[in-house]
Design a binder for this molecule. Structure first.
Ligand code: FAS
Ligand code: PHB
Length: 389
């Protein structure tokens, strides 16, 4: 088998890259470890920056998002029973789109199938070779046989646990990481959202987030201990704790119901540099992770895809490799700004086990400053709706 760009990973990064390259006449093959059903069963992000909305349109997959997605002009920030609103539209002239990552992935898979572009599921032992040459190739196991895929470039879109990052020699690779002393317990329920906009809540008992997927599907999170397991939490325990953490008026109108998905995500900040090694280019979670507080994980994967797809188009159409040469530096400049925002927003909204009385007063002053200062609100809104690519 041969292709121009081999894409390892059939999550949003790999699929969006594949679709943008296909529309530019560049051949790709996506190698995905899991089945399609498994990939589509993962419940992850819910908020799209304007940049990702634009990329979905550029990829020709924006129609259902436009029909079923919800435009949000702002968000609510709560501290105990007090809450205030960050008005994205007034502060930045822009908004965000609420549309689940699962649907983004589904739309991209359907477009790829319609284009007849190959996606190989259930690929095991995927291994890139000769990345430091002009003729890299990939070997992998599938249907009981070893296969080889020759290519010009390899896009490592294989997520945080994928193998591509490890192909960068340890003496070259720099990894910066921060782990957080808590996780997020998330619940999906077929109930109407408690609020028209998201509620980010800082309470004495810990962080909570009220989000949604559509008018009859809600997504809720509460900060939990790293030692917790979803089985430690019955639905009633979850709902009772959520009600304790959000403003009383929201708790009173909260409609509860059986969880149709319940999972715990650990929180970490992580960046791998460089994002390129020879003909390998890392994209998305393969290169960076953020705590989900700022809804930046999927959206930062999208900006990587924007830079990499344009660089590859420039190479194939103009035989100009400057975009490829500058990919890592360009992507990392934006990545670190989203790492900062995600760390800042997580520090603002969560209760830390080792928080001193002074730390707590500083956190409360930061929240009050955000509540009272328009410049602070504009700075937050600019990051939340998405910094320019
Ligand atoms: P992904 O991890 O989505 O996709 C990588 C793909 O590569 C997977 O399909 C995997 O099966 C495949 N793969 C891995 N190893 C492979 C191999 N060896 N061979 C072939 N394929 C391989 N972001 C938010 O903005 N908000 C959220 O609320 C949020 N919640 C999250 C919850 C969880 C539990 C996780 C893990 C992430 C969450 N994220 C959230 C971040 C998430 O949305 C990611 O940013 C997004 O999935 C990034 O997409 P990809 O880079 O495509 O990585
Ligand atoms: C979600 O809806 O899953 C979601 C929304 C906003 C976040 C994190 C997760 O910051």
């Amino acid at each position: 088998m041969r292709t121009q760009v081999a894409i390892i990973g059939g999550g949003p990064s790999g699929l969006l890259l594949g679709q943008l390259l296909h529309r530019a006449g560049i051949d790709t093959v996506v190698l995905e470890r899991r089945s399609r059903d498994y990939v589509l069963s993962r419940i992850r992000a819910g908020v799209l920056e304007t940049g990702l909305v634009d990329l979905m349109h550029e990829a020709g997959v924006g129609a259902r998002m436009d029909r079923e997605g919800f435009i949000h002009d702002g968000t609510l920030i709560a501290k105990g029973d007090e809450q205030f609103r960050i008005d994205f539209e007034r502060l930045t002239g822009r908004h965000v789109m609420v549309y689940g990552q699962t649907e983004v992935t589904r739309d991209l898979y359907e477009a790829r199938d319609a284009a007849g572009a190959p996606t190989l599921h259930d690929c095991r032992g995927v291994k890139p070779h000769d990345l430091d040459t002009a003729a890299p190739f990939i070997t992998f196991l599938r249907d009981g046989a070893v296969h080889r895929l020759d290519c010009d470039f390899v896009a490592g879109c294989d997520g945080y646990h994928g193998p591509c990052r490890q192909e960068i020699p340890t003496e070259v690779r720099r990894e910066d990481e921060k782990t957080y002393p808590f996780g997020w317990l998330g619940v999906l329920s077929e109930t109407p959202p408690v609020s028209d906009e998201l509620i980010y809540a800082n309470s004495a008992r810990g962080f909570a987030l009220c989000s949604m997927r559509n008018a009859t599907l809600s997504r809720y999170y509460i900060q939990c201990d790293l030692s917790d397991s979803p089985d430690d939490w019955t639905d009633d325990m979850f709902w009772d704790e959520l009600k304790r953490r959000i403003p009383a008026e929201a708790a009173e109108r909260l409609e509860t119901g059986p969880s149709i998905e319940k999972s715990i995500a650990p929180l970490r900040s992580f960046v791998c540099e460089p994002m390129r090694w020879g003909r390998l280019f890392l994209c998305g979670d393969a290169a960076h992770i953020v705590p989900p507080t700022g809804a930046k994980g999927l959206n930062t994967a999208a900006s990587d895809v924007h830079y990499l797809s344009n660089a590859l188009k420039r190479f194939y159409h103009d035989r100009d490799d400057e975009g490829l040469e500058r990919y890592s530096e360009t992507a990392l400049a934006r990545i670190w700004k989203t790492e900062r925002f995600s760390w800042w927003f997580s520090s603002l909204m969560h209760r830390y086990p080792d928080q001193s009385a002074f730390d707590l007063r500083i956190q409360q002053a930061e929240l009050a400053f955000l509540r009272d200062n328009e410049a602070a609100q504009r700075a937050m809104a600019e990051s939340y709706v998405g910094l320019p690519y």
